[in-house]
Design a protein around this ligand. Structure first.
Ligand SMILES: [Zn+2]
Length: 221
């Protein structure tokens, strides 16, 4: 009886908080949740194994999930529907996976930059939002100036030859290199398809004699 009453009070309190903050699950819109992804929706996420799905030039590529279902919906909301809050559950998913692969190392977070006009058009850089939330969870510092996008490229999903499209479009900011001493660079991204973007970034690091890198994406196709 007492437990029932206690749960009822907690339920009322939670509902009251949700009403104030208008907290709803981003996927199913239910308000019986204390996070942006309710437990019911979160249980549909299938995490991939904690082994790299690819090794490129000795750099491991990890992916937390497959680009499907809830993950696909969250990424779409963030990138195309202006739902900036979707960066929070996406960063949580990345964090949950990262906990299985992290080692006793000092990391630094970075991500593929988008061309400035692209960010201006969207009003925000979606990868910066994810990186910011991921940094809050892990306590790892972000370096958002490490990789520069130096030319406009068509969105990767719109082209056939993705390697050719992205070639020569990034540069490592030499001023930032000294900040990398003894650190492992954690390059994070939302989706990897052909891996062309991340491979191009790896090539830029290697040209600058930087090889202490891990690539980690939320999803892969
Ligand atoms: Zn839900």
């Amino acid at each position: 009886m007492f437990l029932g009453l206690k749960n009822y009070i907690l339920y009322i309190f939670q509902t009251f908080l949700n009403l104030i903050y208008n907290q709803k699950c981003l996927i199913c819109s239910c308000s019986k949740t204390d996070s942006l992804l309710c437990k019911n929706c979160a249980k549909d996420i299938h995490y991939l194994s904690s082994f790299p799905h690819k090794i490129f030039n000795n750099i491991p590529f990890y992916s937390a999930t497959l680009y499907e279902g809830i993950i696909k919906k969250l990424i779409h909301k963030l990138k195309f529907n202006h739902r900036k809050k979707a960066s929070i559950p996406l960063a949580q998913i990345l964090y949950k996976y990262f906990n299985n692969i992290k080692e006793e190392k000092e990391y630094i977070i970075t991500y593929p930059p988008s061309f400035f006009l692209k960010s201006a058009q969207r009003g925000y850089n979606h990868m910066f939002l994810i990186a910011k939330e991921f940094s809050k969870l892990t306590g790892i510092e972000i370096n958002k100036n490490l990789i520069k996008k130096i030319k406009y490229t068509k969105p990767q999903y719109k082209v056939k030859n993705r390697h050719k499209n992205i070639k020569g479009s990034f540069k490592i900011n030499k001023k930032e290199i000294k900040k990398l001493k003894n650190k492992t660079i954690l390059v994070i991204d939302d989706i990897t398809t052909s891996g062309a973007t991340l491979e191009e970034i790896i090539n830029c690091f290697i040209i600058n004699n930087i090889g202490n890198i891990i690539c980690l994406t939320i999803s892969k196709t």
